[in-house]
Design a protein around this ligand. Structure first.
Ligand code: NZQ
Ligand code: ZN
Length: 390
């Protein structure tokens, strides 16, 4: 562990099938007006909305509803949420949904009391709100496992007009004040979204794991988390109603991206940069976009990060050396990753997501590049990766 860091995570978690019971007490800490953000209606169909609204009413809250937060939330929808929050002088934002609704709620929370162009400041310029800017508190009731948004300050927004998807990780002030994680709530997630979430978890861990060469406790934690998500994913894909597996997947998702396993690490995130652009062009679920470019990316990264890829093969995939060279062991690890992705039904190409040759220039253009992990990708490298991923 050679890096320097500070660690503070202010999000209070409630986990388990009785976790919604804690909402009532949490609400006591906030003023009367609650902005309830949710998506396209799944929470109404599965009954979670009714449960939450009943608790809010019992607590005497005024509920301001903002539905229709789409997957990969747009800038236009952000403007709408900011306007609603301003007009209603909201005291608390409650996100009821997956990563999109949680991300969106944090984005609104950051923007309501910023008088300038919040898109330009927070997302295009990647700045944080001034120390004295008022920020609204956010609570999350998570219905889908994957992004880790329930315990981080990430907010990914898509400018649909310019086909540009970009994330900003705010400072700790934008972390949810509390998050309620009930694995039962994830049972109605469509199968493709469950799989996308599973790969999102796996890739979050890989993005942090595949950087640096020092002996870092974070990497041991990452290996354990990867083994857990691989194990549980196999069970959940066969039986999505397996509570234990869904519960482990939900918990792994939180730890995969609540900043812990990135401590002391340079980190990578280039699969996410390319994946965001693929997502902006194809509208694919986030985890699918990541999966579709992963093999081409990691094959390149392996050339510079060989010893870490050998470790990945041995410690995550149980590859036995058996007289193989380091290159062969590392390659066997990547093949095991690919086999698992196929086994659980993930896309391995961008064409499966609807990408066509004429989109490659645009996807490349929308990919933010920086030196990361074991690579320093140029735009032409991104183009190559996309072509290899067709
Ligand atoms: O619209 P609703 O009705 O909510 O339906 C959603 C949506 O269609 C549905 N769903 C969620 N919970 C459900 C359910 N359907 C039935 N039953 C339930 N219990 O699933 C669909 C996908 O939901 P969404 O929230 O979009 O998925 P996810 O959690 O994967 O979030 C994706 C967004 O998070 C961003 C992504 O880029 C994307 O915009 N990310 C956020 C990160 C962060 N904050 O750190 C990191 C990630 O890398 C990621 O970039
Ligand atoms: Zn992700």
């Amino acid at each position: 562990m050679l890096g320097n860091f500070s660690y503070y995570n202010p999000t209070k978690l409630y986990f388990g099938d009785e976790s919604l019971n804690f909402l009532k007490d949490e609400l006591k800490g906030y003023g009367p007006v609650v902005l309830l953000n949710y998506g396209s209606g799944s929470v109404k169909r599965n009954g979670i909305y009714d449960q939450v609204v009943a608790i809010l009413k019992e607590a005497g809250k005024t509920i301001v509803e903002n539905s229709g937060v789409m997957t990969n939330p747009t800038l236009e929808k952000l403007h709408e949420g900011v306007k609603i929050a301003r007009e209603n002088e909201v005291d608390l934002i409650l996100a009821l949904g997956g990563g999109s609704v949680c991300d969106y709620s944090k984005a609104v929370a950051a923007s309501v009391y910023y008088e300038g162009d919040y898109w330009d400041k927070f997302w295009l310029k990647q700045e944080n709100p001034a120390k004295d800017q008022r920020l609204l508190p956010v609570g999350c009731i998570l219905t889908m496992a994957g992004t880790g948004s329930e315990m981080n300050a990430g907010t990914v927004i898509t400018d649909a007009e310019h086909t540009f998807k970009v994330g900003h990780v705010f400072d700790n002030r934008l972390m949810p004040k509390f998050s309620i994680l009930n694995p039962k709530f994830t049972m109605t997630v469509p199968e493709n979204q469950m799989k996308a979430g599973i790969y999102d978890i796996m890739n979050h861990i890989m993005e942090q794991y595949f950087s640096d060469f020092d002996d870092n406790t974070s990497d041991y934690l990452s290996e354990g988390l990867m083994r857990s998500v691989i194990h549980s994913s196999r069970i959940a894909v066969k039986n999505p109603q397996d509570y234990e597996a869904r519960s482990n997947i939900m918990w792994t998702a939180t730890w995969a991206l609540n900043t812990l396993i990135g401590l002391g690490k340079q980190q990578d995130w280039m699969v996410h940069m390319i994946g965001h652009s693929v997502g902006a062009w194809t509208h694919a679920p986030h985890g699918y976009a990541l999966a579709s470019v992963s093999m081409a990316y990691y094959r390149r990264a392996m050339q510079n990060g060989l010893s870490k890829f050998v470790r990945f093969a041995k410690n995550v995939w149980n590859i036995q050396s058996n007289g193989m060279t380091d290159e062969q062991i590392a390659e066997a690890g990547l093949q095991a990753l690919k086999a698992w992705m196929l086994e659980i039904g993930l896309p391995l190409t961008i064409s499966e997501l609807g990408a066509t040759d004429d989109m490659i220039a645009g996807i490349t253009e929308g990919t933010i590049c920086y030196p990361a992990g074991y690579l320093n990708l140029t735009k032409s490298d991104v183009t190559e990766i996309l072509k290899e991923s067709m």
